[in-house]
Design a binder for this molecule. Sequence first.
Ligand code: IMP
Ligand code: MG
Length: 177
Amino acid sequence: MIQLNDKLFETFIRKEEINDKIAVLASEINSEFKNQDVIFIAILNGSFMFASDLMKKIDLNCEISFIKVSSYVGTTSTGRVDEIIGLNTSIANKNVIIVEDIVDTGITMDKVITLLSNEKPASLKICTLLYKEEAFKGKNIPHYIGFNIPNKFVVGYGLDYNEKGRNLDEIYQLKEN
Ligand code: IMP
Ligand code: MG
């Protein structure tokens, strides 16, 4: 059991399970993209640990780039405008795999897919360590899913609670009182 700010969390997915699952995901990707080039695009901040461990098991001619999605108030009547920061490589006609820590409602992923599709990649797939299927209401179901988890708040292994807990090497779930 651990405490972060005002909340208690209990162990949910142990590091051995995380490692085993990442090996499975990597081997699926390795066989599906055999003899092809791939660009991995990891979404900061949450995916830094997952991306790091996944990449060590990827055996392809590949590149990795880290992006952030930012939303700002535009000058048009449509309100907020989304943009991707940090994509410093061309993905036109390339195989792209987005690496994400968690897909919850799917809203963030829908924005990322919309923005990256504009760049006309040859293929665009989503690899997420965690997926909250019960909470999902997006348009883009992830192709590679580590764990389908209940709709409860989790931290650790890159995921935060008010920026705390990203350093934990296992995944913890909010403790019910
Ligand atoms: P979505 O747009 O609802 O799919 O979720 C977007 C972001 O919310 C994720 O990339 C995470 O940064 C964050 N998030 C969603 N669920 C959790 C959670 O259980 N713990 C920590 N962060 C979460
Ligand atoms: Mg995230």
